[in-house]
Design a protein around this ligand. Sequence first.
Ligand SMILES: Cc1cc2nc3c(=O)[nH]c(=O)nc-3n(C[C@H](O)[C@H](O)[C@H](O)COP(=O)(O)OP(=O)(O)OC[C@H]3O[C@@H](n4cnc5c(N)ncnc54)[C@H](O)[C@@H]3O)c2cc1C
Length: 340
Amino acid sequence: MTSSHQNAHLSRRVSVLGAGIAGTWQAFLFTKAGFAVTLYERGDAAMTHATSYWAGGMLAPFCESESAEPVISRLGLRSLDIWREVMPQTPFNGSLVVAHARDRADFERFFKLTTGHQRFDAEAIAAQEPDLAGRFGEALFFPQEGHVDPRQVLPALHDMLRAFGAEIHFGETVTSADLDGLVIDCRGLAGRDTSPTLRGVKGEIAVIETDEIKLMRPVRLIHPRWSLYIVPRADNRFLIGATSIETESDGVSVRSALELLTAAYAVHPAFGEARIVEMGTALRPAFPDNLPRVTVNNSNNSISINGLYRHGFLLAPAIAEVTLAHVLGTGTDPEVVRCA
Ligand SMILES: Cc1cc2nc3c(=O)[nH]c(=O)nc-3n(C[C@H](O)[C@H](O)[C@H](O)COP(=O)(O)OP(=O)(O)OC[C@H]3O[C@@H](n4cnc5c(N)ncnc54)[C@H](O)[C@@H]3O)c2cc1C
């Protein structure tokens, strides 16, 4: 592509639909590249209705490789670099995986299926997480992993976007047909009017509060049914997540509530005295193969970003970079980019 052709791109308007984590990163990288970007969000700035609001916010490409395809780790590793560059305050102090004696075989399986870890004995666990001293004989430590609080990071990215000159319109439901220029559709599950194979995979979480215990980093508990984890948040709060159920039904079931809270109690009995702040649920937008897609539709000048499933925070920066490179003509990624 010639430089004059590229300059033509750079003067173009880009409208991004949906201010969840996918749309926010698209808007951010396109704005930084010099495009005139407007981000439209049908909800308000609190974003409570978006799937992104309910996420654990773990940036864990190594742990996720236990069950996800290699493309998730590849894009996830690239995303870690972008998170570090754009938000240097993001905690990258690793994550810890623990198991009770009865789940020892699953712990060894997790060890074999993942990379980027160190084996910790009880002493090493206590050195990293003093409040877990004496709780577990062994753990896996993934030193390169990070985590964000979606409820803080989304508004922070929206503020940065405005500072770089993008416009954000909350409370506006728009469609591609309403807009000129390139449209990047990041409407999550609402995008199934144009992507009918999308489905919602329910995830349930609990937020609890206690000053009896401190954790520095996410702790995953090997569990026979789900990958359950506790993520420390500000103000002595902890997010316990998450179930993964093939249903789009609403509400947290008694069984899920019991499993989430029992997992926390099993990590440390001090969680038994914690106050339950909230329980909630959201639907992860997923394609049948659970892989993300950048779908380019040249006939109406739109690109749809969807299917981020359980990896939206992990993947969104790298997916935005892939989309930008495709639009600029500087490269493409056949593993995720499709033509409609
Ligand atoms: C319980 C749970 C835990 C999770 N934990 C993690 C984790 O630890 N790490 C991780 O990487 N991922 C995690 N995920 C996955 C992650 O949350 C999702 O992949 C991600 O939120 C999907 O983001 P999105 O931007 O595609 O969709 P959304 O966040 O749903 O955003 C779509 C937005 O589009 C808006 N919209 C819809 N239609 C329109 C329209 N016509 N006009 C304007 N706006 C519109 C919606 O209001 C919405 O705000 C978790 C998910 C769940 C449910």
